[in-house]
Design a protein around this ligand. Structure first.
Ligand code: TXA
Ligand code: MG
Length: 333
């Protein structure tokens, strides 16, 4: 028997084989500029079902459909002039658009979790785009981690989190941005920011005018508008303590900027000793994965400036720190 998952560099041959695996209904993990995605053929009900099962993802949490080219978005969703202008400006790149779904389109209704909208993105990572071309069809791809856990930014994170459920992992190194795409809802008025990311609110508003910032509102009970908004999400195994100015002797410290005066911590990692927010975002999940393996009681996180991509980092860290006693009960080990 062949060991699963196969972890392989993204040679032309491997990408072609990965495309064929997707066409055969298998799950393939691949790098994007944000985080690793777990891909499945978006037009195949069984493959989409297998994807939900592999992640233990609640069926009500819809998936993002990934396509290779801006023009391919028209196959699956309806783009008005405003959507087209946002797509032309930010795709290929780390932005997801929630759009009216083409009901007669090829995407499995399971992907949209019964909604009449669809989240669509054209990723910028060359391996992701090569795979989408090889598959020759839209591909649903949530972050390649068990539901509720920390997103993967390396092939090893994917293998550790999902293991044998994945047929192949295309190993494209570390994800350069390191935090999930910005999610912008253009299917409602006014447009709404459902999840902050590295494409920031100000850049969206410069193009399309006012955008309601709902990404930071948590809805701990009931079904949220974007389940990335679940209060407890992106959570490591260990508890997380925010705004730390010191670390206890049984805590691991996740530092930011100059940390020499910060005392304590049995293990210490620094997101960016120079205080560079982009570097910090790139490191965030890898360092959380790594500290989570240490023998600490809790992970203490130093304050991160709430500007630029720091807004998205603070959003994820708040959710990582939220109590896990509500919707993600079953994810707690
Ligand atoms: O950067 C990313 O977006 C990564 C890479 C792999 O592309 N993918 C990703 O997927 O983060 P996922 O499934 O982990 O997060 C998708 C988010 C969820 O919060 C989901 O609830 C929201 O998008 N979403 C999907 N479809 C939606 C819809 N129709 N309306 C509102 N929110 C939607
Ligand atoms: Mg996710």
């Amino acid at each position: 028997m062949i060991a699963r998952p196969e972890i392989t560099p993204p040679s032309a041959e491997a990408v072609a084989r990965a495309g064929a695996l997707l066409q055969a209904g298998e799950l393939v993990a691949f790098p994007t500029e944000t985080v690793y995605g777990l891909g499945a053929d978006a037009t195949n009900d069984d493959a989409v079902r297998r994807l939900f099962a592999a992640k233990q993802r609640p069926q009500f949490n819809p998936l993002i459909v990934h396509v290779a080219e801006v023009e391919d978005a028209d196959m699956v969703a309806e783009l008005d002039d405003r959507a087209r202008s946002v797509a032309q400006t930010f795709w290929a790149g780390p932005l997801t658009l929630v759009l009216p779904r083409r009901s007669a389109g090829p995407v499995s209704p399971l992907a949209a979790a019964g909604l009449n909208t669809l989240a669509v993105r054209v990723p910028g990572h060359p391996v992701a785009r090569a795979l989408l071309r090889a598959a020759g069809r839209p591909v649903v791809a949530p972050s390649a981690n068990p539901s509720g856990g920390v997103s993967p930014t390396t092939p090893l994170h994917v293998a550790e989190g999902l293991g044998a459920a994945v047929a192949m992992i295309l190993a494209g190194g570390r994800c350069p941005i390191g935090i999930e795409s910005t999610v912008l809802d253009l299917a409602n008025e006014p447009p709404r920011l459902l999840r902050p990311g590295s494409v920031i609110l100000a850049d969206l508003e410069a193009l399309i005018g006012p955008v309601a910032d709902v990404g930071v509102i948590t809805e701990p009970r009931g079904v949220p508008r974007a389940p990335g908004q679940l209060a407890s999400h992106y959570a490591p195994r260990h508890a997380v303590r925010l705004h730390a100015t010191h670390a206890d002797s049984d805590e691991a410290l996740l530092a930011f900027g100059r940390d020499r005066l910060v005392r304590g911590g049995m293990t210490r990692l620094n997101l960016s000793p120079d205080g560079d927010l982009h570097e910090a975002a790139t490191n965030l999940y890898a360092m959380l994965h790594s500290l989570d393996k240490s023998n600490c009681r809790r992970i203490a996180v130093m304050p991160i400036p709430n500007r630029g991509v720091g807004i998205a980092m603070n959003d994820r860290l708040r959710r990582a720190a939220a109590p896990r006693d509500q919707l993600h009960q079953t994810d707690t080990p």
